[in-house]
Write a protein that binds this ligand. Structure first.
Ligand SMILES: Nc1ncnc2c1ncn2[C@@H]1O[C@H](COP(=O)(O)OP(=O)(O)OP(=O)(O)O)[C@@H](O)[C@H]1O
Length: 261
C-alpha cells in the first residue's frame, strides 16, 4: 500500500517549471513565462481553452520537446521509469495482444517478460482487463483501449503520469467510469498526475489542484485548490461542495477565455 498523501502544503517538490517559454517558428508563443511547482502526490489538472498551451506544457515536461527558454528540473534528477504518458488516442500496437501492449515499457528497457509478468498482470487487473489479456486492440471498445493505455503507462509504477485529454473522445458515462477508475488506480500506485482537460467537471472531480491557463500567449492565470478528500465518488459528484468548486473553476475558465479574446 502506498503511504497516505501528505496535506497539499506539506508535499515535497517533485519537479519545477521555471520561467518556461516555448516559441514555434520564431513567432508563435505557445507558452510564456510558465512557472509550475509539481509536488509528490498532487493531482493537477491543466484547464484552459483550445490553444492555451496545455499539450505543449505536457510535452515539455515529458521531455518530448525542449523549452525555448527557462527550465524544468526534477528534484534529485529524473530516473528511468519515473514517467508514464497517456495521450488522447490510446496509441496501442494493433498487431500485439493486450498483454504485449502493456509489457511494452519493460520490453523497451530490455527486461524479460518472465521478470515482470506479475507487474503486467497486476496492471491489467487494476484496469479490470485481466480477462482480455489475449485479445487484440481491434476486439476492444474505445474505453477498454484507453484502459490498456493507462495500464501501460502505470505498469512501471512511475512517480509521475502525464495524461493529455485521455477521455475526451469517450461518451459521458464511460468517461465518468474511467474518472472513478483513474482515482482508484492512483490510490493503488500512489503516483502524481498532471491531467490536461477542457472540462471543468472532470478537473474538479479528479484534481486537488487546478491550474487555469489562457491563450495568446499561453500562460497560467489562476490556480484553484479543490480541498475535498479522496476517495471521491458519486456522492462527491452530486454534492454542494462539488457544485461550488465547479462554479469557481468555470468562472476562472471564463476569465481565461475573456483574456484571450
Ligand atoms: N509543432 C507546432 N508548430 C507550430 N505551432 C504549434 C505547434 N504545437 C503547438 N503549436 C501552437 O501552440 C499553441 C498551443 O498549442 P497546444 O496544442 O499546446 O494548445 P492546447 O491548449 O493543448 O490546445 P487544445 O486544447 O486545442 O489541444 C497553439 O497556438 C498551437 O497552434
Amino acid at each position: 500500500m502506498p503511504a497516505a498523501r501528505a496535506p497539499l502544503a506539506e508535499r515535497e517538490t517533485l519537479l519545477q517549471m521555471s520561467h518556461v517559454e516555448k516559441t514555434f517558428r520564431g513567432d508563435i508563443v505557445a507558452l510564456k513565462d510558465m512557472n509550475l511547482q509539481v509536488n509528490d502526490g498532487d493531482f493537477i489538472s491543466l484547464l484552459g481553452p483550445s490553444g492555451c498551451g496545455k499539450s505543449t506544457a505536457l510535452r515539455l515536461i515529458s521531455g518530448l520537446m525542449t523549452p525555448t527558454s527557462g527550465n524544468i528540473r526534477w528534484t534529485g534528477g529524473q530516473g528511468n521509469g519515473d514517467l508514464g504518458v497517456v495521450f488522447q488516442e490510446p496509441t496501442l500496437m494493433p498487431w500485439a495482444r493486450v498483454v504485449d501492449n502493456v509489457y511494452l515499457p519493460f520490453r523497451l528497457r530490455g527486461t524479460p517478460y518472465s521478470e515482470v509478468k506479475d507487474d503486467v498482470l497486476e496492471a491489467l487487473k487494476l484496469v479490470g482487463l485481466e480477462k482480455f489479456q489475449r485479445s487484440f486492440p481491434r476486439e476492444l471498445s474505445g474505453g477498454m483501449k484507453m484502459r490498456v493505455a493507462i495500464a501501460r503507462a502505470m505498469v512501471t509504477k512511475p512517480r509521475l503520469i502525464l495524461m493529455d485529454e485521455p477521455f475526451a473522445a469517450l461518451d459521458e458515462i464511460t468517461r465518468h467510469k474511467l474518472n472513478n477508475d483513474l482515482l482508484a488506480l492512483r490510490e493503488a500506485i500512489g503516483c502524481t498526475v498532471i491531467f490536461v482537460t477542457h472540462s471543468v467537471f472532470e478537473s474538479v472531480f479528479l484534481s486537488d489542484r487546478i491550474v487555469v491557463m489562457a491563450a495568446r500567449p499561453g500562460r497560467v492565470i489562476r490556480e484553484l485548490t479543490v480541498d475535498a478528500p479522496y476517495p471521491r465518488d458519486e456522492e462527491f459528484r452530486t454534492s454542494a461542495d462539488y457544485a461550488g468548486f465547479c462554479r469557481q473553476a468555470s468562472d476562472a475558465l471564463h476569465q481565461a477565455i475573456g483574456e484571450a479574446a
